[in-house]
Design a binder for this molecule. Structure first.
Ligand code: IMP
Length: 440
């Protein structure tokens, strides 16, 4: 029986995927994080507790669920250990139900120093505005191979020699790149060799061959939930390049990152906000640089989980959504933050673009073209009534349901989940969610 379900962000990240994964996790045997790294910030609210997770799969709060971090993820061991310690202080012990792939690459201190230096460089007149978590430099070393360090290297006898050699070369490189003395001290071979010994000691029991374990789980008909990080518009191959992250964050990235062939995946839940947000640089056709944008930012508390940066806000972009939903093989949509749109007299949805005087119904490949795209809006009456207390579809004001219906029509995919707030209880499953074969 095929039993893989993916939760994929369809915009520029921050679509509240963590909340959904946490909610769905008890219905699965395994939760798998398969790309990205500490650039992700998944917020999970359980009762009066809020958990901010960066590497650790959002299924960790459920002790019966096995959580895997697979080869496509890049791991900063110091940050991950901080996360593990933070959870342990609140009674959640990752050693019991989390496994980390020996094939996963490590974000080393020099990657962070490199990210900070390169991030100040403008590309096409604008900085990418990375999270400064060393993600791009780590993936670059992975593809380059010569300077990469993997989890498996941490537990080999050759560890100190390998890390010492790479560190010495990185000191030379970063000196040429203009690193500060403090940055150079932070990557000295002695310091990093000592750090790595500590990481190895603390993580060794969790490191294993997740590829083999996952394949065995698929073959044993286990139910697996794949947790995407970032969003499809940030996908390195299919997003708004070069203003993207360095991994395949759309649905097409699941198989490569996890080490699972397509035959084991049968459902894809595409997650989007009822409006749009973006952090960092890059084109954003429906961006609202005005009081309406500010109102969305305030009502939605749109500030980055990882960096605290204010997020850019704008109306829902159905052209972009249709593109990423098709690219990711989405079978049902989850429309989040409906509560934020509950305070407007009228709402707008972008139904097409105007590019150089012509109507465009598809998403352009080039950032310069996207930057020139002007949104063609359809205006929809707002319902202007709070929905935070809504617990079933029939409780929604009819205006809210009209908005949902229009999005379904424009994107061409039914909405299976509606969210009206951060709490688990503020999640409504529609009839269309039955197709996802969830238990509730
Ligand atoms: P990087 O992934 O840190 O290299 O950042 C590249 C781009 O992706 C920047 O615009 C970041 O703001 C954005 N980005 C990376 N991770 C996330 C995320 O989890 N949510 C939203 N944006 C992200």
């Amino acid at each position: 029986m095929v039993s893989g379900t993916c939760v994929i962000g369809l915009q520029w990240g921050d679509e509240a995927k963590g909340k959904l994964v946490d909610l769905l996790a008890p219905q699965f045997d395994l939760v798998v994080r398969y790309q990205g790294g500490a650039n992700a910030g998944h917020t999970v609210v359980a009762g009066d507790q809020t958990y901010k997770l960066h590497h650790i799969p959002s299924g960790i709060l459920h002790t019966q669920v096995q959580n895997f971090i697979t080869p496509g993820v890049v791991i900063n061991p110091s940050t991950m250990l901080d996360e593990i310690d933070g959870l342990a202080n609140r009674g959640i012990h990752c050693e019991k139900n989390m496994r980390i792939s020996e094939r996963a690459h490590l974000v080393m201190p020099w990657h962070i120093a490199e990210d900070k230096i390169i991030n100040s460089t403008a590309v096409r007149g604008e900085s990418i505005g990375t999270t400064n978590r060393g993600i791009g430099p780590c993936y670059r070393d992975k593809v380059g191979r010569t300077h990469a360090i993997r989890m498996a290297d941490l537990i080999q006898e050759s560890r100190d020699e390998r890390i010492g050699t790479v560190a010495a070369q990185k000191v030379e490189l970063l000196t040429k790149m203009g690193a500060t003395q403090e940055e150079l001290d932070s990557i000295s071979p002695e310091r990093v060799i000592s750090l790595a010994a500590d990481w190895a000691e603390r993580l060794k029991d969790m490191i294993g061959d997740t590829t083999e374990m996952l394949l065995a789980a698929c073959e044993a008909d286990k139910k697996i939930l794949f947790e995407g990080a970032q969003g499809a518009l940030l996908d390195i191959d299919h997003g708004t390049f070069p203003f993207v992250t360095s991994s395949n964050s759309s649905g097409v990235g699941v198989c490569a990152g996890a080490g699972v062939p397509p035959r084991w995946i049968n459902h894809v839940l595409g997650v989007c906000k009822a409006y749009s947000t973006r952090v960092g640089g890059g084109p954003f056709p429906t961006e609202l640089d005005d009081a309406t944008g500010e109102k969305i930012r305030t009502l939605g508390n749109e500030f980055g989980t990882t960096t605290g940066r204010p997020r850019r806000c704008g109306w829902f972009d159905a052209v972009a959504l249709k593109y990423t939903a098709r690219l990711s093989g989405v079978t049902r949509l989850a429309l989040m933050m409906m509560d934020v749109l509950a305070h407007f007299d009228e709402l707008k949805v972008c139904v097409a673009y105007e590019l150089d005087g012509k109507r465009l119904d598809t998403f352009p490949a080039h950032a310069d073209q996207l930057r020139r795209c002007k949104p063609i809006y359809e205006t929809i009456p707002g319902w202007n009534q709070p929905v935070d207390d809504v617990r079933q579809v029939s409780d929604f004001p009819s205006g809210a349901l009209d908005y949902v219906k229009r999005i379904e029509e424009l994107v061409g995919i039914p909405v299976g989940v509606l969210s009206v707030g951060p709490d688990r209880a503020q999640t409504i499953f529609t009839e269309a969610a039955n197709a996802l074969e969830l238990k509730n």
